[in-house]
Design a protein around this ligand. Structure first.
Ligand code: SF4
Length: 310
């Protein structure tokens, strides 16, 4: 396919689904425009917001923090802080936590760091060594989401900005279709529709419309440290298989990811209109930690109890 160049400068990126190739400046401009459009279209921010950015130190969350500072930094009615969770995955998380610290210092942003070790008395590596029966991503995901929400709320956050990009969203939508989890499908999107209960900090996703490759290139061109090593626990999971399948489809038919996402955006309002029929259940306080749960015991306490760490 012949792509139309944006101008006479050297090209850094091809967008086959748009039939265009872009130089550095046009790529950066168009990427930032996409993020601003996502913010506007989904009304991600309100006056008086306190935004906690979930910062792993990886490319996605670093780009979110950088762009929110760039776009909202001058507004006196909006406050931004970063929140990092150190799961304790040696050789993988340590360097990204350091990158997160460096970025916060450079951008002059308050940085809160919480670790599995402090909170649960064990790192993820130690949980793995203890012969825990489930996949590490289950413990990691549940404990991380739990701490993120709790710490963001403690800081007074009105929104939790996460680095989920278009690829992540398409994978999640497909996983929810496959699992038949219509409730979760309804609650996802650029602005999370939380189940009722004031203890959940609403999540927002400024990179919702940005493909992973574009986020990576933007991070590199902005001069961020981009690490390509994957977590040692990654692979073989349901998500990684769905990711592989969608990437193959995208290669065969460019634009597949966008069409899955646009389809999901058409379905979501219909689900919202019928949410009382979806039987999503009540949100109640966990009897152990008082964090939100669906049946009196939150997922984090349930897993921690089974591991014998609480
Ligand atoms: Fe955690 Fe799994 Fe991601 Fe590793 S791959 S950081 S264990 S969720």
């Amino acid at each position: 396919m012949t792509l139309k160049p944006c101008c006479k400068k050297d090209k850094v990126f091809n967008r086959p689904h748009e039939g265009r190739s872009l130089c550095r400046d046009h790529f950066m401009e168009s990427f930032e425009k996409t993020v601003k459009r996502t913010i506007r279209k989904n009304e991600l921010f309100d006056s008086g917001d306190k935004i906690a950015v979930a910062l792993s130190g990886g490319k996605d969350s670093s780009v979110v923090l950088y762009l929110l500072k760039k776009i909202l930094g001058e507004r006196r009615d909006i406050e931004i802080a970063a929140l990092s969770i150190d799961e304790g995955i040696s050789g993988y998380r340590d360097p990204t936590i350091q990158d997160a610290k460096d970025l916060c210092e450079e951008l002059d942003v308050e940085h809160i760091i919480v670790s599995f070790q402090e909170e649960f008395g064990e790192t993820l590596d130690e949980i793995k060594k203890s012969g825990a029966p489930l996949g590490m991503c289950t413990y990691c995901g549940v404990f991380r989401r739990y701490l993120m929400n709790r710490e963001a709320r403690k800081w007074g956050a009105t929104k939790l900005a996460v680095g989920h990009n278009l690829d992540d969203e398409v994978q999640s939508a497909m996983m929810n279709y496959i699992n038949g989890d219509v409730g979760r499908l309804r609650r996802s999107g650029a602005k999370t529709n939380n189940p009722s209960g004031g203890k959940f900090v609403p999540r927002i996703k400024p990179l919702f419309d940005c493909p992973e490759r574009e986020v990576g290139l933007y991070a590199i061109l902005r001069g961020f440290e981009v690490r390509f090593d994957e977590c040692p626990n990654f692979g073989g999971s349901f998500r990684s298989r769905v990711r592989e399948f969608i990437n193959d489809m995208e290669l065969e038919s460019p634009g597949t990811k966008y069409s899955i996402l646009r389809g999901f955006e058409k379905i979501q309002p219909l689900l919202d209109e019928n949410k009382e029929k979806l039987d999503e259940g009540e949100v109640v306080d966990c009897e152990i930690c008082a964090e939100p749960s669906s049946d009196g015991l939150c997922k984090a306490c349930e897993l921690a109890q089974k591991l014998g760490i609480i």
